[in-house]
Design a protein around this ligand. Structure first.
Ligand SMILES: Cc1cc2nc3c(=O)[nH]c(=O)nc-3n(C[C@H](O)[C@H](O)[C@H](O)COP(=O)(O)OP(=O)(O)OC[C@H]3O[C@@H](n4cnc5c(N)ncnc54)[C@H](O)[C@@H]3O)c2cc1C
Length: 413
C-alpha cells in the first residue's frame, strides 16, 4: 500500500520559543498557508515553564548588544533589530500578556511563567496552525523541492519549506539535544562546537563541602593565569558541594567555559564584603581570641564561611590567642581577595543555554534561510548566539523566530 504522507507549505520543527513565534508570524504573514508545528514533547513551549525560576523572564528593557555573544555580533544585531523590544512588547500585548518590569527584567505580571506557552498555544489554535505533539523527528530528507521528515514512529511529513527550531543542547531533558547538528553539517554547515553556558562552575578548594549550601552577597572577578580580568560580577552567590552557583556565576560562566575549553587556567577572586573598605575592616578585631573572632565574623558572613576563613587563617598564620596585626592583614585579604581555582563546569544537563551552533555568516541574514540548504530557515538557540541572564536568550528566540517565520511565509507571495 502507498505510504500516505501529509503535505504542508511550511513545517516548523521544534515547538519551543523560536518555533512558536515563527509559526504565528508565518500564519499572520500569509493566511493561506498550510502550516504544521512538530514537537517532541507533549505540549508546546515546555522549556518556557522552567525559565526565570518558573516566572519566565522573557525579555529585558536594556537591549544593548553587550548582552549578546556571537562570533558575528553585528549580524546578531540585524536580526534583533528586525523584531526589537518595542515589537516584542507590542506582540505580547496582542497575546494578552500583562507585564512586570523588575529592574529592566520583564516577566508576566502574574509571576506565572506558564501563562506564556498557554497564550501562544491559544493563538496558534486560533490561527489554524496544525500541531503534531509527541512526535520525535529522527530523519530529514532534502528533496528536489522541499523536504520529507520522518518520525521515530515512521510517519512521514512533506513540506515545501522548513523552519528548523530544535534549540541547542542545553537541558536535553526538555527536548533540545543537538540532534540536527550532524544533518546540518552533512549539508555543508560548519558547526561551531556547542559548549554549555549559563551554568555553575566547579572549584578546586580544600574542604569545599564545609561551605556547601552557604550563600553570600558579594563581588567576584574571573581572572586568567596572567591575572587579566575576564569578567567581574556582583550579586548573590551559592557554594555547592562541587563549586559555586548563583546568577552572577551563570553570567561569568561563558568566559570560564571559553578559557577552560582552550586549556587556559582561570580563577575567581571573591570579595565577601565589597561594601567594607579593606583598610577599615577588622581594625577593632585586633586582640580578639579565636572564638570571639568567629562570632564577630559571623555577623558579617555566614557562620560556615566565617569558620572556613578562620581555618585558613590558622593554617597559614598559626593559632590565634589574640589576633595580631599580621594575622589581621591576612584575614582581611581572605575576606576581600579570596582565591578559588575554577577546575571546570557542569554539563549541558545543567546549562541554560548553548554557545556555538550554526554560524550567522552561513545564513542569509535578512531571512535566516540557510545558505547551503534552500528553503530551510533556522532560528533560536540552534544559531550561534547566546545571551546573558536577564531575558536575552528568549529575546533572541523571539527575534530570530519572527524573522524566519516572516521570510519563509513571504516567499510564497
Ligand atoms: C532552566 C532554564 C532557565 C532559563 N531561563 C531563561 C530566562 O529566564 N530568560 C531567558 O531569556 N532564557 C532563559 N533560558 C534559555 C531559553 O529558554 C532558551 O534559550 C530558549 O528557550 C531557546 O528557544 P528555542 O526555541 O531555540 O529552543 P527550545 O526552547 O529548546 O525549543 C526547541 C524545541 O524543539 C523540540 N525538538 C528538538 N528536537 C526535536 C525533534 N527531533 N523532534 C521534534 N521536536 C524536537 C524540543 O522538544 C523543544 O521543545 C532558560 C533555559 C533553561 C534550560
Amino acid at each position: 500500500m502507498e505510504n500516505k504522507s501529509l503535505v504542508y507549505d511550511l513545517i516548523i520543527l521544534g515547538g519551543g520559543a523560536a518555533g512558536m513565534m515563527a509559526a504565528l508570524t508565518a500564519a499572520a504573514e500569509n493566511k493561506e498557508l498550510n502550516i504544521l508545528i512538530i514537537e517532541k514533547n507533549e505540549s508546546l513551549g515546555r522549556k518556557l515553564l522552567a525559565t526565570g525560576n518558573g516566572r519566565c523572564n522573557f525579555s529585558n528593557m536594556d537591549q544593548s548588544l553587550d548582552h549578546y555573544r556571537s562570533t558575528k555580533p553585528e549580524l546578531a544585531q540585524r536580526v534583533l533589530s528586525a523584531f526589537d523590544l518595542e515589537a516584542t512588547l507590542k506582540f505580547f500585548d496582542s497575546l494578552g500578556l500583562q507585564i512586570r518590569n523588575e529592574e529592566g527584567r520583564l516577566y508576566p505580571r502574574s509571576n506565572e511563567g506558564k501563562i506564556v506557552p498557554r497564550l501562544f498555544a491559544e493563538a496558534i489554535r486560533k490561527a489554524g496552525i496544525a500541531l503534531k505533539l509527541q512526535t520525535n523527528i529522527v530523519r530529514i530528507e532534502k528533496q528536489k523541492r522541499g523536504f520529507e521528515l520522518f518520525s521515530s514512529e515512521a510517519e512521514c511529513f512533506k513540506t515545501k519549506k522548513l523552519i528548523l527550531t530544535p534549540g541547542g543542547k542545553a537541558t536535553p531533558v526538555l527536548g533540545s539535544d543537538g540532534y540536527f547538528f550532524p544533518w546540518l553539517k552533512a549539508n555543508g554547515h560548519k558547526i561551531i562546537e556547542p559548549e554549555p553556558v549559563l551554568l555553575p562552575l566547579k572549584l578546586n578548594l580544600p574542604r569545599l563541602k564545609r561551605l556547601s549550601g552557604t550563600r553570600f552577597s558579594g563581588w567576584a572577578q574571573l581572572k586568567n593565569a596572567q591575572d587579566r580580568v575576564l569578567k567581574d560580577v556582583q550579586g548573590e552567590f551559592l557554594f555547592t558541594n562541587y563549586g559555586i552557583s548563583g546568577i552572577p556565576i551563570l553570567e561569568i560562566s561563558r568566559f570560564a567555559v571559553q578559557a577552560l575549553s582552550q586549556n587556559q587556567n582561570v580563577y575567581l577572586l571573591i570579595d565577601f564584603l565589597p561594601e567594607y573598605r579593606p583598610e577599615k575592616i577588622g581594625e577593632n578585631w585586633l586582640g580578639l581570641n579565636q572564638e570571639e573572632l568567629v562570632l564577630t565574623l559571623s555577623g558579617f558572613v555566614h557562620s560556615k564561611i566565617a569558620e572556613y576563613l578562620m581555618q585558613m587563617l590558622i593554617e597559614s598564620k598559626g593559632p590565634i590567642a589574640k589576633l595580631n596585626r599580621e594575622q589581621k592583614e591576612y584575614l582581611t585579604e581572605l575576606i576581600h581577595e579570596f582565591k578559588a581555582e575554577v577546575r571546570g563546569y557542569l554539563t549541558f544537563k545543567e546549562a541554560q543555554s548553548t554557545m556555538g551552533g550554526v554560524r550567522l555568516s552561513e545564513v542569509k541574514i535578512n531571512s535566516l534561510e540557510s545558505k547551503y540548504i534552500q528553503d530551510c530557515f533556522l532560528a533560536g538557540e540552534v544559531l550561534d548566539v547566546d545571551g546573558n541572564c536577564g531575558g536575552y536568550n528568549l529575546q533572541w528566540a523571539w527575534s530570530s523566530g519572527f524573522l524566519a517565520g516572516k521570510s519563509a511565509a513571504s516567499d510564497f507571495k
